[in-house]
Design a protein around this ligand. Sequence first.
Ligand code: SAM
Length: 216
Amino acid sequence: MNCCQPSTATLGTNKFFSRQSKRYLKRFRKGGLAREQQYLIEGILSAGVTGKSILDIGCGIGGIHFTLLKQGALSAIGVEISQGMLDSAKQLSKELGFEKQTSYLRGDFVEMDGQVSQADITVLDKVVCCYENLDALLTASLEKTRNIYALSFPKPTFWIKLFIHIPITLGRLLRWSFRPYWHDWNGMVQMIEEKGFTQRYQKETFLWAVRVFEKK
Ligand SMILES: C[S@@+](CC[C@H](N)C(=O)[O-])C[C@H]1O[C@@H](n2cnc3c(N)ncnc32)[C@H](O)[C@@H]1O
């Protein structure tokens, strides 16, 4: 692979989520944040957001960082592989009057080390299950986090694993350009803690586990 060409997986992720972006936008406009996103917000707010900078990796249409900005965060950077998601996030940012506080980067976060500065709060909402190289994504994102690391991921139970393995298996067999990934989620939490973060909030929905960590 040429260093400057997006990988096949990145192209597939862009195509898949760009097609989904209008649906995400419509759902946010109609119903606001999903339950697991409300939990992420609750966990982050419990640590305080006033004057803090946000790094929203795989930000989608930006619902999480707009909510944190409304609650007093200073600024937000949204990073997205999907052009469609990023276009929707920019449109919403303008509509909500956050243009001066937001900036957006298009591409794979793991590939953009020098372009992203450190933030007080990093969010990865339903992103770790959309990316193959979990170690690289965790390492790169933890390095950019000064204080709070908040993420949601599929609940590590037998039934959720079975459920997520349907698109994983179909995607492999039918060579879909995008498919989700199942990682060792307990190992992931351990890795975050080994990097000096302590869990301060935990909640679950039927499908998603939400965790917020803090580095003192
Ligand atoms: C399931 S969607 C969730 C979007 C948003 N966080 C939300 O919950 O509404 C996952 C998003 O992560 C993005 N993504 C996955 N891996 C990424 C990476 N390495 N860098 C940047 N974006 C990524 C995808 O393009 C996709 O839009």
